[in-house]
Design a protein. Structure first.
Length: 293
């Protein structure tokens, strides 16, 4: 009698274990995940936490890099327009100085250069996402122009940067003082000097005046090139991080995902064992009943 009772208890314990296995396998197949808690696989769970942390860092960098890149592209577009305006200004000034005897030509050229100056002021005050592109960290309009056409920079010299996961940082902005009012290469001084010369009819310094405008153009081109180099570095880093993120996601999926084919086989085996055990338990219980009669 004792042996029969003990055997029945063992079978009931086995039945409970098989039922737990059946439930676990069904849940894994339903969710597609083999790990839902730390106890399922402590080692794999630890690896999953490490991967998740790395993925969060990758996502944070890519978000920052994307925002910085969009801002730099907007700045690059503005600088491209500035280069076009200055190129046109050099052509206009050169033509007017060559036609020294025609006051009307000089006056028309001065008006055109004034318009170009005002356009460049507008471009220098470009913004992105509610912040000025060339004012440093200042929230005020970077360039102001008085009634005489004198242009003043009111921003600061702060720049933004992005830290690279590979080490180091990349400067992602340009200040208006470096681009438009650099010493010896001021865009607005060069334009105003030529405008004043054309309006007064003073053309003896034509070569020097146009040369000053060329220096200003070359400085803008150089600053734009610096910005383009920064874009290239961030783009390369972003491509690397994107590939790393994709690889980590694949590893994470492999680590956490359930093997449905194997689980289906296991479920079939467990179900068969459970059914057989139920039949055995039913027979034992019936036999035990007769023992009491």
């Amino acid at each position: 009698m004792l042996n029969s009772t003990t055997s029945l208890q063992q079978m009931l314990a086995s039945l409970s274990n098989l039922s737990d296995q059946q439930t676990r396998i069904s849940q894994e197949m339903s969710s597609g995940l083999r790990i839902t808690s730390l106890g399922d696989d402590p080692v794999a769970s630890g690896q999953a936490v490490t991967m998740a942390d790395a993925l969060r860092q990758d996502a944070a960098f890519l978000s920052t890099a994307s925002s910085a890149t969009n801002r730099m592209q907007t700045a690059d577009t503005a600088l491209g327009s500035v280069v076009s305006q200055l190129t046109s200004a050099i052509s206009t000034a050169t033509g007017a100085f060559n036609d020294t005897g025609n006051a009307t030509t000089r006056a028309t050229a001065a008006q055109s250069l004034t318009s170009i100056r005002d356009t460049i002021v507008s471009l220098a005050n470009s913004s992105y996402g509610g912040a000025y592109l060339f004012s440093g960290s200042s929230a005020v309009t970077p360039f102001t122009e008085d009634a005489s056409g004198n242009v003043t920079y009111t921003g600061n010299t702060d720049v933004t940067s992005v830290g690279l996961t590979s080490g180091g940082t990349v400067t992602t902005s340009l200040t208006g003082s470096d681009v438009f009012t650099a010493s010896g290469a001021s865009v607005f001084d060069a334009l105003n000097n030529i405008i004043t010369a054309l309006q007064s009819g003073t053309t003896t310094d034509a070569t020097s005046l146009v040369g000053g405008l060329r220096d200003a153009l070359n400085n803008v081109i150089s600053q734009r090139s610096t910005l383009n180099s920064a874009q290239s570095r961030i783009s390369g880093e972003s491509d690397y991080i994107t590939a790393q993120k994709t690889n980590l996601q694949a590893q994470q999926s492999t680590l956490l995902s359930a093997d449905t084919a194997t689980l289906a086989t296991e479920l079939s085996a467990v179900t068969t064992q459970r059914s057989a055990l139920l039949s055995t338990i039913a027979a034992v219980q019936k036999g035990s009943l007769f023992d009491y009669l």
